[in-house]
Design a protein around this ligand. Structure first.
Ligand SMILES: Cc1cc2nc3c(=O)[nH]c(=O)nc-3n(C[C@H](O)[C@H](O)[C@H](O)COP(=O)(O)O)c2cc1C
Length: 177
């Protein structure tokens, strides 16, 4: 049976090219459900239908209302990419005020493998909260792909969002048994 991946994307540069991430996950054999933060959903609000056609699932970005049923299948793994500086720090602080963070902050403690690849610049990454947040998430079992072998924060104004290493992020997910 095809395994289900929740690809969770924040409002960071590579989310403009989230179709690349979906295709990379499909190539690796994942049935991929896309979850966007509310900020990221604004970037795609006029073209959400394209992403729903590509994934074959509704694209979620908001918590459901009490009593509403789940619209996505259960996840076998979750990939947060790109992870923004803001969501990194909120997640580590336990602030799950978006569905995106809520899914992963609970998921990792329900035994779901969670991988995260950030995308932010060196000035954002210089905030003291950032290394603390990375360590806090790693201590919970999240595979945070930052630094060598993951994403190296770029100098300010020199990001290259179209070349975000989606393949490296997908390759860090659990392999099929
Ligand atoms: C055009 C644009 C590009 C942005 N790119 C990034 C980025 O690459 N990395 C990042 O951490 N924040 C970036 N931001 C700032 C985030 O969007 C902002 O911190 C937001 O609150 C993140 O919310 P979210 O994590 O819930 O998506 C960008 C903002 C804008 C308007």
């Amino acid at each position: 049976m095809t395994r289900v991946l929740y690809l969770i994307a924040c409002a960071a540069g590579p989310t403009q090219h989230i179709d690349q991430g979906i295709r990379a996950a499909h190539t690796a054999g994942w049935d991929t459900c896309l979850v966007l933060t509310p900020s990221a959903a604004r970037w795609w609000e006029d073209r959400l239908g394209e992403l729903e056609t590509l994934t074959g699932h509704v694209v979620r970005s908001q918590y459901k209302l009490p009593g509403q049923k789940d619209t996505l299948p259960l996840a076998d793994a979750m990939l947060v990419a790109p992870l923004s500086c803001t969501s990194l720090n909120k997640w580590a602080a336990g602030i799950a005020d978006t569905l995106a963070i809520g899914l992963v902050s609970e998921g990792v403690h329900m035994g779901v493998p969670v991988v995260a690849m950030p995308y932010f610049n060196q000035a954002q990454g210089a905030q003291p909260a950032v290394p603390r947040s990375v360590e806090t998430l790693r201590a919970q079992g999240v595979s945070v792909l930052i630094g060598p072998g993951g994403y190296e924060p770029h100098p300010p104004k020199q990001g290259n969002a179209p070349s975000f290493p989606w393949g490296r992020a997908v390759a860090a997910l659990p392999k099929a048994p």
